[in-house]
Design a protein around this ligand. Structure first.
Ligand code: HPA
Length: 280
């Protein structure tokens, strides 16, 4: 089943039928909001607004572990994340879509793993017989591979949807994740550019890391809401980010629908091998 993490209202799409809202409790605390269980042409989907409805949680205080564990509890095995980013690479324009394929992590204070060795907290109600539970129950220390962090199958479907719809998009991009909530200095953006980052945002990490730790396929589609600090010269505002996100909402929904229609259950990627041999 597919899970979609994004802004609120993303699930209000013609053809998507909302079945119910579900409150999920996890040993890591409360997810950002109730999960919206929906259906599109016989396929079940689950939506979660990352910041909670009404944008309650800033990026550094989102309970990422609860959000991702909640998806697992609902049976989600693929997550599509939708995000807003600043453009660093000069080839990128405000309003472009970017299907990221790499990230660099500059976050600082977020719990970023489920596997905490002796300090592991786990869900005793989870009776799945998989490597996730084996590692958690045995307090294992786990180092997962991140060489190619995104699901290639999901990325390819996103690429096809964007090309078919004729939107301006980029099929690759390196996302630098900052801690926030403040925006970056122009010196930071210059440094990130030298490191090879194309876009900057505050939420991809640890979302993708935690999903991978649970063997969940993960891909991300991002809207360039603004050019990053110092690229254009002007000061940045949340207003322009919100304005661009709402301007691109309809296109995003069209991409989502096409993506959902083309999503198959038979993936040929390596995502589900990530836990094999990863425990110590
Ligand atoms: N920096 C960090 N996060 C962002 C930006 C930005 O410029 N735009 C949208 N999210």
């Amino acid at each position: 089943m597919l899970g979609i993490i994004g802004g609120s209202g993303l699930y209000q799409i013609e053809g998507i039928r909302i079945i119910k809202e579900e409150k999920i409790l996890t040993p890591y605390g409360e997810p950002s909001d109730n999960y919206i269980i929906a259906e599109y042409k016989g396929k079940k989907l689950v939506f979660l607004p990352r910041h909670g409805r009404g944008h309650k949680y800033p990026p550094h205080l989102i309970n990422y572990r609860a959000n991702i564990w909640g998806f697992r509890k609902l049976g989600v095995n693929k997550i599509l994340s939708v995000g807003a980013v600043g453009g660093i690479n000069p080839l990128l324009k405000a309003g472009d879509f970017v299907i990221t394929d790499q990230f660099i992590d500059f976050t600082k204070v977020r719990p970023n793993t489920f596997y905490e060795g002796e300090y592991t907290i786990y869900d005793e109600t989870d009776n799945k017989d998989d490597l996730v539970m084996e590692y958690l129950r045995n307090n294992r220390v786990v180092h997962i591979d991140m060489t190619e962090p995104f699901c290639e199958e999901m990325r390819n479907i996103l690429i096809k949807s964007c090309s078919k719809l004729g939107y301006r998009f980029h099929s690759r991009g390196c996302y630098v994740a900052t801690e926030g909530p403040r925006l970056e200095t122009s010196a930071e953006i210059k440094a990130f550019s030298l490191l090879g980052a194309d876009v900057v945002g505050m939420t991809l990490v640890p979302e993708i890391v935690l999903a991978r730790e649970l063997n969940i396929h993960f891909a991300s589609i991002n809207v360039i809401t603004n050019l990053a600090a110092g690229i254009k010269g002007d000061r940045l505002t949340s207003d322009e980010v919100i304005e661009m996100m709402s301007k691109k909402q309809e296109e995003l929904k069209n991409i989502l629908i096409d993506f959902i229609e083309n999503l198959s259950d038979n993936f040929n990627c390596k995502c589900e091998d990530v836990l094999k041999g990863a425990g110590i």
